[in-house]
Design a protein around this ligand. Structure first.
Ligand code: DAK
Length: 257
């Protein structure tokens, strides 16, 4: 499939989507989001892919939703816009998704990174929800996911006063997984994703689902959900294979079944 605003590639079992709108700092317009979701759906359905990486370029992961596209929107335009559906679809991707972030991850760009499962950042990454400067607030999860990640005090500063976090601050406050030298950030993210992609595919999906359930369920329901997923894994060939490989001191060969 050919795309205008993204570039897709693979590296072993890692599917990579790179935003390709550098002149607009990878601002997320409707077409880019449609292409991103189409590409993620293709990778999600491909048995040869175990994990995905979403990235931008060194200067910008994404500087937000496209302000020029939104500027004259009426509420009903926003409601009818498939743009919103793309964000919901991201939550339904079953395989793990890693955001490789360098430079600006602002507004919708920051929300997109937070909607991924893990974030690897370059030293020059900047995370922010500067929507307040436009007379709006975050609309794709920024007030919720940021607060859950960094806590109320800092989230309030970010949402109400447009404070950016450096990569080091984001790491300190638990928003991201690791910070790496800028020239290595994409290679490191792919390496990180490749390690994950080599693991038992069904367990990866269910592990992701179980962790994300924390955002959706009270503890009792979450624990019960986790237990059901845990039991379900005992119906897989990979559980038999993993335990047999451990007992016989050999490397497991996952079937994804
Ligand atoms: N949209 C459109 N164009 C953008 C852009 C954006 N978000 N950010 C940058 N650009 C464009 C600039 O207009 C400029 O284009 P030209 O003028 O050259 O044509 C080009 O990128 C380079 O930008 P600058 O000249 O400004 O570059 P600087 O290095 O000086 O500054 C900056 C970089 C990142 C500090 C600055 O560009 C900036 O402040 N950008 C805007 C950041 C921002 O406010 N982001 C939040 C946008 S609101 C929702 C889903 C999503 C959202 C809401 C709802 N639903 C599902 C309900 C998301 C909302 C947002 O993200």
């Amino acid at each position: 499939m050919s795309y205008e605003y993204i570039i897709t590639s693979t590296d072993g079992r890692v599917g990579i989507v790179q935003f390709n709108r550098p002149k607009a700092l990878n601002a997320l317009n409707r077409e880019l989001m449609a292409e991103l979701m189409a590409a993620l759906d293709v990778f999600d359905a491909d048995d040869d892919i175990g994990c995905m990486v979403i990235t931008g370029n060194e200067k910008a992961f994404a500087a937000g939703a496209d302000i020029k596209e939104m500027a004259n929107a009426a509420p009903v335009d926003m409601l009818d816009n498939p743009f919103i559906d793309y964000w919901d679809r991201l939550r339904r991707i079953g395989k793990p998704v890693v955001a490789a972030v360098s430079g600006f991850a602002l507004g919708g760009g920051c929300e997109l990174a937070m909607a991924c499962d893990m974030i690897i950042a370059s030293e020059t990454a900047r995370f922010g929800q500067p929507e307040i400067n436009l007379g709006i607030i975050p609309g794709a999860g920024g007030t919720q996911r940021m607060t859950l990640a960094v806590g109320k005090a800092l989230a309030m500063e970010m949402v109400l006063n447009g404070r950016f976090l450096t990569a080091a601050e984001a790491l300190q406050h638990g928003l991201i997984n690791r910070v790496v030298p800028t020239e290595l950030y994409l290679a490191e993210a792919i390496k990180f994703a490749a390690e994950i992609a080599a693991r038992a595919p069904v367990a990866l999906r269910l592990g992701k689902e179980a962790v994300n359930a924390v955002y959706e369920m009270p503890l009792q329901a979450g624990l019960a959900h986790e237990r059901r997923l845990f039991y379900m894994l005992f119906s897989t060939e990979d559980q038999k294979e993993g335990m047999d490989a451990f007992i016989n001191k050999r490397k497991p060969e996952w079937q994804g079944k």
